[in-house]
Design a protein. Sequence first.
Length: 287
Amino acid sequence: MNNWKNLTKEAKLQAFKSLVKELEIDQDETPKFEINMISEYIPRALERLNNPNLLDGVTTGYKDLDNIIGGFADEELIVVGGATGQGKTQFVQCIMMNQVLNNIPVLFFTLEMSQIETTIRFMRMIKSQCDGEVLKQLPICFYAGDVVNLRVLDEAIKQAKEKGVKLVAIDHLHFFSRTTENSAQEIGYITREIKMMARRYRIPIILISHIRKLYNATASPELDDLKDSSAIAQDADTVIMIRRKMDSNIMRARVLKNRRTGKIGNTQYELDKNYYLQEVDYEPEQY
């Protein structure tokens, strides 16, 4: 493609339309939907109103985090962000480990690491919880294909849902990017499509995302620091930022957005000898 800045407005629009056509799921099929009366939603809404601390969905396995976000609810998009090497994938894998030990089946769409490398991490982590032999019996599913696009992701989630999977984790968002010329619009489109998959299959999806390079390496990343597009934070129901000192085994998770309960806050974890994150009391003075 020619230099983006030298293209005419019409050429840029055509290039983006072509990109969207490649990424879109299948617009030729007749959309499936229902028209429901509000009365169908009132009982569940009342339950939420009368029980503001209700765990609405699957537990994260971490009490302090659940107290803030209320677990991961169906149809939610949860974005986990942070700088490279801070422990985003480690954090998500620990949550997945907590869930499968509670017999909650999960699908890990791992693109950053191979399935073997990811399995080795799980093999280490589980030693902090129980006998390592249990791992082979746990309901952890991997996407094992070599094609990465939204159509494949949609089909993988559909199949996983049919097999009883209750949570999907994707590592990571920027693997779906096809161009560097119009990244903001492209990443925004991809995020919205993944959000609609969460809605379509009524399942929570954890989406790991990079952040832009910070001028101050010691600063805590904010919503605007998610890489390439403000639409990532806008479309997410929950945004959790991960930060860890490179010379420390202490990690902090900051809930910066929480559409469902409105609560935001901080939780803290200590990485043990098996690379499992143990939840500990939050101590801001360590940062």
